[in-house]
Design a protein around this ligand. Sequence first.
Ligand code: ADP
Ligand code: ZN
Ligand code: ZN
Length: 826
Amino acid sequence: MMEHNKYAEIAVPLPIHKTFSYEIPVEMIDAIRPGMRVVVPFGKRVLTGYVVAIRDVSELKDVKLLRDILDDSPILDGQLMRLAHWISTYYISPIGEVMKAMLPAGVNQESATIITLAQSVDVVDQTIAHIGSRNQKKILQSIRNHRRIDLESLRKETRISNLGITLNRLNSAGLIAQEVTMKTPRAKVQYDVWYRLADTFRRSERDAEKIVPGAPKQIMCLKIIADRDEIAQNELLKLSGVSRSTVDALVKKGHVVRFQKERVRQYYDGESKQAPDVTVLTKDQDKVVSEIDKFISGRLFRPFLLFGVTGSGKTRVYIEVLKKTISMGRTAIVLVPEISLTPQTVRRFTRNFPGMVAVLHSRMSVGERYDSWRKLKEGEFKIAIGPRSAIFAPLKNVGLIIVDEEHESSYKQADTSPFYNARDVAVVRGKLSEAVVLLGSATPSVESFYNAKFDKYQMLTLPKRIENIPMPSVHVVDMSAQRKKTAAPDRDFLSRELIDKINEKLDLNEQIILLQNRRGFSTFIKCSDCGHIEKCINCDITLTFHIHTHRLRCHYCNFIKKAPDVCEHCGSSELTFRGIGTQQVEAALLAEFPKARLVRMDLDTTTQRKSHDRILKDFGEHRYDILLGTQMVAKGHDFGRVTMVGVISADTALQMPDFRASERTFQLLTQVAGRAGRKDRRGEVIIQTYSPEQFSIVCAKSHDYEKFFMAEILLRKELDYPPFSRIVQVMMKGENAQNVIIAINQFKESVSIDPARVKVLGPVPAPLSRIKNQYRWHMIFKVDKRWDSTGERMNAIVRDAESKIRRYLAKETVRLHVIVDPVTLF
Ligand code: ADP
Ligand code: ZN
Ligand code: ZN
């Protein structure tokens, strides 16, 4: 009988919206399945691709053979594959990019081109001496020096832009040879050397003295090993103080067995020794938990919004429902907004579920992340905790997904495709796996609260703080009235009220948190004489002055230059430092409160791996009186001694050109206020602002989320913003402004829409009109959600328009980004 050919549809991790057909080599037909990784030739390259489907026929004539299969079982199971397809459709993202994003970094094999000399060194040397082209000379010289060099290194070394073409010329002249090989993946299983007692020895009397009489070092080793059953080499050598050769001797004599054991690299060094949460649930908590339990027991899909003020015991509820889920034999995912900022929360989970939790962390090494991922897939860990990408944890039988602080914008992937929001993906994954999805927040996103009001989600509330601790009192200071009253002009951003209150708290030996949501010293330097402002050379952004390095820095592209002493435009020395950043606040506080122990927490002080944790820990142990920082200080920290919170300027977030500016301001103020007064003392909050009447500030003052929501939802309705429409943002980026403008206009002309269903705004330059040397223009589509509930219609429309202008984009190197449900419109 004739063998029947089979074909695999392969997605590649590139910005391409289609999949590719490959013929499956006969010997691989039985092994291959959707969700596996394969190696395929792709143009001149060799890539890791993902099997999306297996087919009996292919429409193409010359299908290439796929090279290899990398997995012995699907790396993404059926459910995760369905999730990938949903993300790809809804977020208009290429399926290959989606699948790549679902896997931990470093598991993919990539190809490398290795270049060698095809002639003897003498011949090459002669050629170099006579050759005309400088680039060819440079390349040959470099290959000659290295003998073998990969393409990327050669590119870096020679800095030739059209390297490919030049290499092809040298190739056809027979001077060099190129071959494609596979690089080994960065993430690999690692092994350690371990020892245990030999079985013969175990069975006999365990008397080390009799077995190796007169060898005290060996005796000690045997005793340690016997004590532990098995022990890692490192630890054995450390505990015993002997050298490898002593252990080797025992192995040789057959008393001890050496073996290899997989290493599980973990970011958190061991588990906290604190006891698990055992407190009796409050009445409110009990009500909430039993409502959720009904659905966990029934193994039913159900999205909940847990709306509970700060300190109302939400985390305690999470732990309770996690216990229930685990007892049902199911697994769970817990999403936290930014894991390095919430070490306390993470530890609370790990200590309640010892040995069951895998913490996934953006600051983990590739190896650490890979190991956690592997152990989740193998079923060794039952709970995955992490930031947005943890929604892709390879757990089977997920029964519960918790999204803590569901309003946080960090759940949206904003820098690279796919631009998904993990909170919304959580609801879809929950549906696929018949799980409970629990979104929690003290300040829910307008969208989620709306969904809960209109029964898409079930609303659960915890209206009071634990032990009836009162909400903090909030005092709003109008800075326009304050200005003249302050003592020193260079500290006029500190009001009299704020200074007095800080003094009062310092005298009582209580702690203070201060928020200024901008880092650096000043966000721009302005010349008082000519008005010149220092801007970044790559971006349309002012440069922030950093006082400790005396440098100007761009917070978007990291461009750095020395701060000028005089105006670069007119030479005047009258430079003013505008836009107050955390460093300037720090300097003013040190001058005003010389005795206070102050610590600053912002991106500049937390570049090291565990620096957040250290600052928070030190502050928790009262080594500092004042914690000053950006929005980082507003996260769910629980410090018993903090009785006061101050907001230096509530206006920074309000001034953003964005329809979510009010929402963000309300959330930030409410969250930071929630840090005050947790145990036995009522907290006090001071908010400084130039717009005391703005409704998000007024509502934050009275802790009135519902009032805020009602005001905000009317505005959204009036302007047809989410949740009343779905926004699709189309952004063009490129180095040449003219080409970017042409591209976005071509897009607009290519897109065919019914104005009754989709409203179009733009094209206009984005508010950040140039970043990293890229000009940015965008258009906004407001889509009627009832007309396109799954996102398939917009997907088809956008892809159709894109295909019409694809040639132009490729030719003029303009990049197109499509962002569905953007969280900012910068
Ligand atoms: P949230 O997550 O809403 O901010 P937490 O769960 O952290 O609230 O609870 C706030 C504080 O109250 C914590 O210190 C927690 O240990 C405590 N707490 C929570 N639930 C209870 C309870 N049922 N009895 C006593 N204390 C509780
Ligand atoms: Zn000037
Ligand atoms: Zn810049």
